[in-house]
Design a binder for this molecule. Structure first.
Ligand code: MN
Length: 427
């Protein structure tokens, strides 16, 4: 047991160790300095804090797959989500102690940036149940206001849908927020499949083992044994939420959002708080990784020889994709562009390359653009498509221009002229 605990993973990875940091901007400072590398802070007001936990390498390691196979492992696991196994193990509850709801103000919840609306929980897996569609797990930013919480629910996402569908009839909705969970659970909760998609079962498939859950005390929910467990009720009441920094590193505005009343606060005896830096690599990777298989599947429909897909960090793991294909027919590059733009509606720019280009290396991708592209022939621009709300440059009517660059070698050219010299294997 315990293989799906964040604490075991933290012990097994290389990380930067910092003796202490201030909740107000201090955590942000160290997480920004080492963005992309795990940082363990021993003492934030008496609590341990981990940040920058998830990058591609650590997610792959934590799932037991090589990083080059990560996208395909995610793709296969998503298709087998129903096979996931959930086991209730209430003996795990012995590890927890109960705090009064007001104690949340003593937890090491960061104020990340000066204009933030207050301290924010950014790594909380929010679990609710719908009577028709079952359990839903998703990650939302949550503002702490006294002993109440205000949760940002993006319209059309599952939590918002379930809230809107049930709040009138039920008056309040049971919720649990788990902070400090294994990357498999974070990745699963960042995935939006069909409304019936069970993210917790999917986490079990990602790990290749059953996921243990414990029963909550004050709400009718079962949750993974994270470091902190907040139980509560999502109410009809609305309060100001924001401003807060989004994936692009820019500020999102203030909106009226639902209030959560805390009914129980539990933590491990020596809990590790997970601070997820807004706009950092961890945020981007968790947003982007679940989208890559969607793009891959969409492209595979029209270009079956597609090899790999990455949403790049420079493009916030959201707005820019690079796709490698084994080009078989003239036009494959353009078809891959169209399919990619259709599969991930927030995608803005996409580059298609041959399989000799390392799509994980921005310099190699630029090399392909530099040596294989003629702009008048290889660039596709689509005007007036629906844009991503995360892109501050979108038009007033929320539309955007989309661009695809076909950086594959033309089949009409002599391929030899494009392939880089290589040395024979060293003996
Ligand atoms: Mn869902």
């Amino acid at each position: 047991m315990g293989e799906m605990m964040i604490r075991d993973l933290i012990n097994s990875i290389e990380k930067i160790e910092i003796p202490s940091a201030d909740r107000r901007f201090g955590i942000t400072r160290v997480l920004k300095r080492y963005d992309g590398t795990p940082v363990y802070i021993k003492d934030v007001d008496g609590y341990q804090v981990i940040g920058n936990l998830c990058n591609r390498d650590i997610i792959a390691k934590s799932l037991g797959v090589p990083v080059k196979d990560l996208m395909k492992h995610i793709l296969r696991s998503m298709e087998r989500e129903k096979e996931g196994e959930l086991i209730i193990n209430n003996t795990l509850k012995r590890e927890y102690i109960e705090d009064p709801p007001s104690e949340i103000n003593n937890y090491p919840i960061p104020i990340y940036y000066p204009r933030d609306g207050g301290p924010y929980i950014t790594s909380g897996v929010v679990i609710v149940k719908d009577r028709d569609y079952g359990v839903n797990a998703s990650i939302h930013r949550i503002l702490v206001k006294g002993d109440r919480l205000v949760i940002r629910m993006v319209e059309q996402r599952h939590l918002h849908y379930i809230y809107s569908k049930n709040i009138e009839e039920d008056g309040e909705i049971d919720v649990a927020i788990v902070i400090g969970v294994h990357p498999a659970i974070l990745l699963a909760a960042s995935t939006s499949g069909d409304i019936t998609f069970n993210e917790l079962k999917y986490a079990s498939v990602l790990m290749g083992k059953p996921l243990e859950l414990i029963k909550c005390d004050t709400v009718d929910l079962e949750v993974p044994p994270g470091e902190f467990i907040i139980e509560g009720k999502i109410t009809r009441e609305m309060e100001d939420e924001g401003p807060f920094v989004d994936i692009t590193g820019t500020y999102d505005k203030v909106r009226k959002q639902p209030v959560i009343r805390i009914t129980s606060l539990k933590r491990r005896k020596d809990p590790i708080f997970h601070a997820l830096l807004p706009g950092g690599v961890e945020h981007k990777v968790l947003m982007g990784l679940p989208q890559e298989p969607r793009i891959y599947r969409g492209v595979r429909n029209v270009v079956p020889s597609v090899k790999d897909v990455v949403l790049t960090e420079g493009g916030c793991c959201w707005l820019h994709a690079v796709i490698s294909i084994e080009k078989r027919t003239e036009g494959d590059g353009k078809n891959a562009i169209l399919a990619a733009l259709a599969s991930h509606p927030s995608l803005k720019h996409v580059v298609v390359v041959d399989q000799d280009i390392n799509i994980g290396d921005p310099k190699d991708v630029e090399y392909a653009i530099a040596t294989r592209v003629q702009a008048d022939r290889d660039v596709v621009i689509i005007k007036g498509a629906k844009g991503s709300s995360l892109d501050p440059s979108i038009n007033e009517d929320k539309t955007t221009a989309k661009m695809g660059i076909d950086a594959t070698i033309s089949l009409k050219k002599n391929r030899e002229d494009f392939i880089r010299a290589e040395l024979p294997e060293d003996k």
